[in-house]
Design a protein around this ligand. Structure first.
Ligand SMILES: O=C(O)c1cc(=O)[nH]c(=O)n1[C@@H]1O[C@H](COP(=O)(O)O)[C@@H](O)[C@H]1O
Length: 229
């Protein structure tokens, strides 16, 4: 069972250090745009030096040539996981993969953001299909492009596993224990994630804003691992 990925959505290194100090174990953490744009590659080097696994979540979405070159730069950072937006297209995803060639970095594609619901997708993106169909379509394109998996919500994880294979990563954010979904639309509990075959869960505010983050992570981890025992 993979460790929960903790989204380090903090403004700077200072808050990251304070947060991490609470934990003795090595973690699987996610560095997103907020932190990377303020601290740059140094934050990734710091976390890797401390022995943590790093998902660098920059959600690249640009023309194929630009994404390929950007991935060549990211490959040098020795991260474990990076992502692109599947909406950039199959050629862009293939280019991203080429940019990472020769490196062990895993590449996944964001399908439909977990902050999007079906009505919003249909009205704003003019997609006249169900949200599940759109997510599955993007997952199949990502698989065809040779990617290692996708970011999706728990609600689509099972079907993606059936269609794209069990070894195709289903990384699922929008994990909640209680009622506060914040800006997320497609949420689920850690148990549901495990039951629906997610390979990874991403937890941000449920842990980072908890009064006792370490205890809260232990609860989430226990539910995530316990659900499939
Ligand atoms: O790629 C992601 O990590 C991502 C994709 C997605 O569809 N939804 C999503 O929430 N995320 C990220 O997952 C984290 C979720 O944070 P919380 O909602 O606080 O748990 C954030 O850092 C988001 O940027």
């Amino acid at each position: 069972m993979n460790s929960p990925i903790i989204a380090l959505d903090f403004p700077s290194m200072k808050e990251v250090k304070e947060f991490i100090a609470d934990f003795e174990e090595r973690l699987f953490v996610k560095v997103g745009m907020e932190l990377f744009f303020s601290e740059g590659p140094e934050i990734v080097r710091y976390l890797k030096e401390q022995g943590h696994q790093v998902f660098l979540d920059l959600k690249l979405h640009d023309i194929p040539n630009t994404v390929e070159s950007a991935m060549r730069s990211l490959a040098k950072l020795d991260v474990d996981l990076v992502n692109v937006h599947a909406a950039g297209g199959i050629e862009m995803m293939r280019a991203a993969k080429r940019g990472l060639s020769g490196s062990p970095v895993k590449l996944i594609a964001v399908t439909q953001l977990t902050s999007t619901d079906e009505k919003q997708m249909q009205q704003e993106q003019l997609i006249e299909r169900s949200l599940e169909e759109s997510v599955l379509h993007y997952a199949v394109l990502a698989k065809e492009a040779g990617l290692d998996g996708v970011v999706c919500s728990v609600k689509e994880a099972k079907r993606i596993g059936e269609v794209c294979g069990e070894d195709f990563l289903r990384v699922t954010p929008g994990i909640r224990l209680g009622n506060d979904s914040h800006d997320q639309k497609r949420t689920a509990t850690p148990e549901q994630a495990a039951r629906e075959g997610a390979t990874h869960i991403v937890v941000g505010r449920a842990v980072t804003q908890a009064l006792k983050p370490r205890e809260q992570l232990a609860v989430i981890d226990g539910q995530w691992r316990g659900a499939v025992l």
